[in-house]
Design a protein. Structure first.
Length: 606
C-alpha cells in the first residue's frame, strides 16, 4: 500500500524521438494524489501536463513517446501496488477505464462517430463489469441523469454529432465515471465549454468526487478553474515541476517567478470596474509605460438591422424542409470605427452564425447589413468578393483555418495575391512587416502550420486577416483555446492594432473576463437574439436581464476563497431553437434602461 496515496509519480522522464533528435517532453516530475483529493496540474501548452497524464495511462507510447525513467505507482483496488511504467499492455487494458478513468480535452475526437451514445456508454460496463445488456443500459441511463443531460432516453439513441459540445463533454465524463474508477484524470475538460456549462461540469465533478471518494488529477491552464476545483496545485514549466502547494498558498503567496507571471496574466472579472474604455494588459517584457485607453470614434462603420438567419431541417422520404433552426432572430446593432463590440453567450446562441452572416459566409434570410455605407446584402458575388477586402475573419480553430501544405509566408500573402495587390517584392516586405507586427520571428516564414503552437498559429491567422488592411475584423472565439499568457499577448496585440490602425472588431466570445477587457460595447445573446446591449461598463456593472445575471454568476473567479457552490448555479435548460414551418417569432422589442443600454422585453423562459 502506498502511504495513503492512490497514485504517485516519481522522477518521471518522457522522451520523444524526432527527425532532429530526442525531445524531452517531461524532464523530472514527482507528485502524488491522495483519495478524495483534487490535484490541479497547471502550466502552458508544451509544459508537459498532458504528457504526464498520458504516461500514467500508458497511452504515451501510442503517441510516439517513451517513458525513459521514473516510476508510476498506482494502488489497485484489490491487487495492491503496481508500477505502471513497466506493466504489460494487457493488464493496462484492465486498469484503463476500470480503475483509472480519463476525460479527454476534445470530446468529438474522444467519441466514436459511428456508434450511438448508448452503445459507447455500455461498452465499458459490459467489458469491465460483466453486466448484461439490460443492466448496462439501466446504468447508462443513471449516469446520463447524474451528469444532468436532459431527455437522457432520447440522447442514448443519438450519435455524437447530434449533441452540442457541452453535451458531448458530459457524455465523455459519464463514460469516464461509468466503472467508478479510483483515479479520474481530467485533461482540460472544460476548455471548449461555455461559462455556464463549465460551471455546471466543475460543480458536477466536485460533487461526484465527494460522493465516490475518487481522486482527481485535473489538468488545466485556466487559473480560475484551479481556484474553483483544486485542493493542491502542481505548477509545470518546460517539462519540470516548478512549484507545488495548497491552492491557498499558490494563489496568495506564489514563490516561483513563473507562477507569479501565470497569475498576473489572468484577466479577472471586475478588474475594469469604474473604467469606460478598454486598455491592454501590461505583460512581462514590456516597458512599464501606461498604454493609453482606446477611445475609437463615434462614426458608425457597421450597421446591422433585423438580421435573421435560419437553417432548414430536412426530413421524410423526399428530404423536404420540415422545420427551421432559428439560429439568428431579428438582430440589430452597430459597430463604431476603431471600437469593439463583443457578442457573448453560450454555444448555440447564434453568435458565430451572426458573425458569418455579416460576411455572408452564411446567407441570411432577411435583414440589412451596411459596412461603411455599402449595402452588403445587395452585392453580387463578384462585388461581395471585392467588399471582403474591408472585412476579414479570424476563426476559432487556427489549425483548421490554415492550409497544412502551405508555408506560412505564402498563407499570409495569399489574400494580397488573390486581389493582385503589389509586386512580389512589395508582398514580401508586407509579409515581413506583418510577422513583426504579430511578434513572430521572420525565421518562421518558411515553416508549416504543424510546426507552431496554438498561440503562434492564431497569430498567423491574425496576420493573414490584416494583410488587406481591413476596416472590420470578426474575431470568432479567437483566443478561447489559448493559454493564459498567450491569450493575454494576443489580446494585447489586437488592442494595439486597434489603437494604431483604427480597426473595428466584432469580438465573439463566451469568456466574460476577456470580453470585459477588450470591449467598448457588449451584446449578450440568448437563443438567437440580443437580450441586453449597451456600453461595457453598463452591462457589466448593472446587468438587467436575468440571463446576463446568470452568466455573470457562472464565471469562476481566480480566488480560492470565492468558490461557487452548486446551489448558486440555477440555470434553466435552454429551449430548442428548432421550430415548425408555421412558427411566427415575435419581433425584438427593447426598453432603454439608461442611454444606450437596452434590454429585451421577453417571455422566452428567462
Amino acid at each position: 500500500m502506498l502511504d495513503g496515496s492512490i497514485a504517485k509519480i516519481e522522477n518521471l522522464r518522457v522522451e520523444f524521438q524526432t527527425k532532429s533528435g530526442t525531445v524531452v517532453g517531461v524532464e523530472d516530475v514527482s507528485f502524488e494524489i491522495n483519495p478524495g483529493e483534487t490535484v490541479c496540474v497547471v502550466g502552458e501548452s508544451g509544459s508537459g501536463k498532458s504528457v504526464s497524464s498520458l504516461s500514467l495511462m500508458r497511452l504515451i507510447e501510442f503517441g510516439g513517446g517513451d517513458i525513459a525513467g521514473g516510476r508510476l505507482l498506482f494502488d489497485r483496488k484489490d491487487a495492491g501496488q503496481v508500477d505502471l511504467s513497466d506493466t504489460d499492455q494487457d493488464l493496462m487494458r484492465t486498469i484503463r477505464g476500470n480503475e483509472i478513468g480519463m476525460i479527454f480535452q476534445e470530446p468529438m475526437t474522444a467519441l466514436n462517430p459511428v456508434f450511438t451514445v448508448g452503445r459507447q456508454l455500455t461498452e465499458g460496463l459490459r467489458l469491465h463489469k460483466g453486466m448484461s445488456r439490460a443492466q448496462a443500459e439501466a446504468r447508462a441511463l443513471e449516469l446520463m441523469r447524474q451528469v444532468r443531460i436532459p431527455e437522457p432516453e432520447r440522447r442514448l439513441k443519438q450519435y455524437p454529432h447530434e449533441l452540442s459540445g457541452g453535451m458531448r463533454q458530459r457524455v465523455v465524463i459519464a463514460m469516464a465515471l461509468a466503472c467508478e474508477p479510483r483515479l479520474l484524470i481530467a485533461d482540460e475538460p472544460t476548455t471548449a465549454l461555455d461559462v455556464t456549462i463549465q460551471a455546471e461540469i466543475l460543480a458536477l465533478m466536485d460533487r461526484l468526487k465527494r460522493e465516490t471518494g475518487t481522486a482527481v488529477m485535473f489538468i488545466t491552464h485556466d487559473m480560475a478553474v484551479v481556484a474553483q476545483m483544486a485542493d493542491r496545485v502542481v505548477v509545470m514549466f518546460r517539462g519540470n515541476k516548478v512549484e507545488e502547494g495548497t491552492v491557498e498558498e499558490i494563489f496568495e503567496n506564489p514563490q516561483h517567478p513563473y507562477t507569479q507571471a501565470l497569475l498576473a496574466a489572468v484577466p479577472k472579472l471586475g478588474e475594469m470596474k469604474g473604467t469606460d474604455l478598454p486598455r491592454p494588459m501590461r505583460l512581462l517584457g514590456r516597458d512599464g509605460s501606461e498604454v493609453p485607453p482606446i477611445t475609437g470614434s463615434d462614426d458608425v462603420l457597421l450597421e446591422v438591422k433585423h438580421l435573421t438567419t435560419r437553417f432548414a431541417v430536412k426530413g421524410g422520404f423526399f428530404r423536404r424542409t420540415v422545420a427551421n433552426v432559428h439560429a439568428v432572430e431579428d438582430l440589430s446593432f452597430t459597430v463604431n470605427k476603431g471600437q469593439t463590440l463583443s457578442l457573448v453567450g453560450e454555444s448555440g446562441c447564434g453568435k458565430s452564425t451572426a458573425g458569418r452572416s455579416i460576411l455572408r459566409l452564411v446567407e441570411p434570410m432577411k435583414g440589412s447589413i451596411f459596412l461603411d455605407g455599402k449595402d452588403i446584402m445587395a452585392l453580387s458575388q463578384s462585388q461581395l468578393r471585392e467588399a471582403r477586402r474591408d472585412m476579414q475573419m479570424v476563426f476559432q480553430d487556427p489549425f483548421a483555418s490554415l492550409n497544412p501544405q502551405m508555408q506560412l509566408a505564402d498563407q499570409v500573402s495569399e489574400p494580397m495575391r488573390n486581389f493582385g495587390i503589389g509586386s512580389r517584392a512589395e508582398m514580401q516586405k508586407k509579409v515581413e512587416t506583418l510577422f513583426d507586427r504579430v511578434e513572430l520571428p521572420r525565421s518562421f516564414m518558411q515553416r508549416y502550420p504543424h510546426e507552431l503552437s496554438g498561440g503562434q498559429r492564431q497569430r498567423i491567422a491574425i496576420a493573414r486577416a490584416l494583410a488587406l488592411n481591413p476596416k472590420l475584423i470578426v474575431a470568432d472565439e479567437a483566443v478561447s483555446a489559448l493559454d493564459v499568457s498567450v491569450q493575454a499577448q494576443v489580446l494585447n496585440l489586437m488592442l494595439e492594432l486597434q489603437a494604431e490602425l483604427g480597426i473595428s472588431f466584432l469580438f465573439i466570445s463566451h469568456d466574460m473576463a476577456v470580453v470585459e477587457r477588450v470591449s467598448h460595447y457588449v451584446g449578450v445573446m440568448y437563443l438567437g437574439r440580443i437580450v441586453e446591449l449597451g456600453p461595457r461598463r453598463a452591462v457589466f456593472e448593472n446587468p438587467q436581464h436575468p440571463y446576463t445575471q446568470a452568466l455573470m454568476k457562472a464565471v469562476p473567479i481566480a480566488d480560492p476563497r470565492q468558490r461557487k457552490s452548486e446551489k448558486d448555479l440555477n440555470f434553466k435548460p435552454i429551449p430548442s431553437p428548432i421550430h415548425g414551418l408555421d412558427y411566427k417569432p415575435e419581433p425584438s422589442i427593447y426598453r432603454e434602461v439608461e442611454p444606450g443600454h437596452k434590454v429585451l422585453i421577453t417571455d422566452s423562459g428567462y
